[in-house]
Design a protein around this ligand. Structure first.
Ligand code: PRP
Length: 181
């Protein structure tokens, strides 16, 4: 599949629509089995998680609340002194609730760690984490997701919500961006 000039800069498809669909369905079943009768509140991190979130929530056949937290990092992504700021705060009450944090990709782990610390202040009953992609080799803080779609290598991936300079988020698959971009 091509997406005109945008799609043409994709070097290769890393995860096809079908591979993603199958794995997301598996994740839904794992999460449902762990939740039992509990009603979760999903907290998704803007913006990259929105496509994953949209597919994930449609697998649930029960009441489900969700909200967004906006996160922005300042720096080159490799500096230990990098600052992370919230650009959108939580707008639902998660006190005593069972929270599932959803994100598209776990890289250094700093974003997720920051958000987990932020959420704890609201005294949720429990917090679990679900990431579609885990770039494990890049981790520099101790964060371990409860649910992982795929472990991937240290490649620049786009599509299915993930961007390069705000392009490619709408690709239905996950691709590796060509070098020399
Ligand atoms: C990506 C991704 C995670 C974060 C992971 O967000 O969605 O939230 O980076 O990186 P880390 O583990 O090194 O902290 P990005 O900054 O690309 O913003 P976006 O989701 O709005 O595209």
């Amino acid at each position: 599949m091509t997406h005109g000039s945008v799609g043409s800069r994709i070097e290769r498809v890393l995860l096809s629509e079908e591979a993603i669909r199958v794995r997301v369905a598996e994740l839904v079943e794992l999460i449902k089995a762990d939740l039992g009768e509990l009603d979760p509140v999903i907290v998704a991190l803007l913006k990259g998680s929105i496509v994953f979130l949209a597919d994930l929530i449609r697998g649930f056949d029960r009441p489900l609340a969700f909200d967004f937290v906006g996160v922005s990092s300042y720096g080159d992504g490799t500096s230990p002194g990098e600052e992370i700021a919230l650009t959108k705060e939580l707008s639902v009450d998660i006190a005593g609730r069972h929270v599932l944090v959803v994100d598209d990709i776990l890289d250094t782990g700093r974003t997720l760690r920051h958000v987990l610390r932020y959420l704890e202040v609201f005294r949720p009953a429990s917090v679990r984490t679900c990431v579609l992609l885990d770039k494990r080799a890049r981790r520099d803080v101790a964060v371990e997701p409860d649910y992982t779609g795929f472990e991937i290598g240290d490649e620049f991936v786009v599509g299915y919500g993930m961007d390069f300079a705000d392009h490619y988020r709408n690709l239905p698959y996950i691709g590796v961006l060509a070098q020399g971009r």
